[in-house]
Design a protein around this ligand. Structure first.
Ligand SMILES: [Zn+2]
Ligand SMILES: [Zn+2]
Ligand SMILES: [Zn+2]
Length: 281
């Protein structure tokens, strides 16, 4: 009898404890648990989850997260929590928008500004890195698909970051002319303004008559076959270094191909070449 009671008692306790442990792995207790084990990979996402929580009841937890981060920064661990900096930046600059229904909390704002004072460089690195990623995403969409309307949801999904952060950063980029475009609030779309031409290397705007990119210094080559400027990465003859549009050079080699060797000839130096001999640049 007593033995059975012991078993059920122990099982009850075990179940209770297991439950406790699962609860403990979330929220502030979870963060502390993982930090004690040095497991930033688990702690940081939990912190982000709390900072992103739109409920006004989450303010005390948000303050607790920033308290923890304040001591981490003081102890030299700022780089371990760098993924949190876009969120700090948002709280610092766009408190109302970010905290949605919540009233801006003075303690939270004070904590965040203290964190940022002690680790400004990391914040700028993270923000500039995100802006670069956004710019590259938009430019590659434009280049690959000829699209100039880029849904911000696509950007957020692709780089796995909060949509509101993307929205705020894009607005800032447009305002600072860090990207040439405007924001269409219907459908949350970044509309890249039509530029005549853009540099294939960095995506910067180029005028029709420009032969060199003012931003990155890339020089446009002239195609030996069609005589036009090459506005995509050119290909080069490995022997005489002459440049051409990739499609034009490949087509040329196909047309001039020797039946036996399969090799075509360079339109400039007449050396025999296979398509795989061409140097991409
Ligand atoms: Zn360029
Ligand atoms: Zn050409
Ligand atoms: Zn050649």
């Amino acid at each position: 009898m007593t033995k059975d009671d012991d078993i059920w008692g122990a099982l009850d306790d075990a179940l209770k404890e297991e439950k406790k442990e699962t609860i403990n792995l979330k929220g502030i207790p979870g963060i502390k648990y993982y930090l004690e084990k040095g497991n930033f990979n688990y702690a940081v996402p939990l912190m982000i989850q709390i900072l992103e929580d739109p409920s006004e009841y989450s303010i005390p937890d948000k303050i607790a997260v920033t308290d923890i981060c304040k001591s981490l920064v003081q102890q030299g661990y700022a780089t371990y929590i760098r993924l949190l900096y876009p969120h700090f930046y948002m709280i610092h600059n766009n408190t109302e928008a970010y905290l949605t229904r919540a009233i801006p909390d003075p303690v939270l704002i004070f904590n965040v500004s203290e964190i940022l004072t002690n680790s400004k460089e990391i914040m700028f690195e993270e923000i500039n890195g995100l802006k670069d990623t956004i710019r590259q995403f938009a430019m590659s969409r434009k280049k690959d698909y000829g699209l100039n309307r880029i849904p911000l949801r696509d950007i957020a999904d692709s780089i796995q970051i909060n949509f509101i952060i993307i929205l705020k950063l894009v607005e800032e980029m447009i305002q600072n002319k860090e990207i040439n475009g405007h924001y269409d609030s219907v459908g949350d779309i970044l509309v890249l303004e039509a530029t005549e031409f853009s540099c294939y290397n960095c995506g910067s705007e180029m005028k029709k008559e420009d032969k060199t990119c003012a931003n990155c210094g890339t020089e446009l080559k002239t195609c030996v076959i069609c005589r036009a400027s090459i506005r995509a990465p050119p290909v080069q003859c490995p022997k005489c270094k002459v440049n051409a549009h990739k499609e034009h050079f490949l087509e040329w080699l196909k047309m001039s191909a020797d039946k036996k060797t399969g090799k075509g000839t360079c339109p400039n130096c007449q050396n025999p070449l296979l398509p795989s001999d061409l140097k991409e640049g």
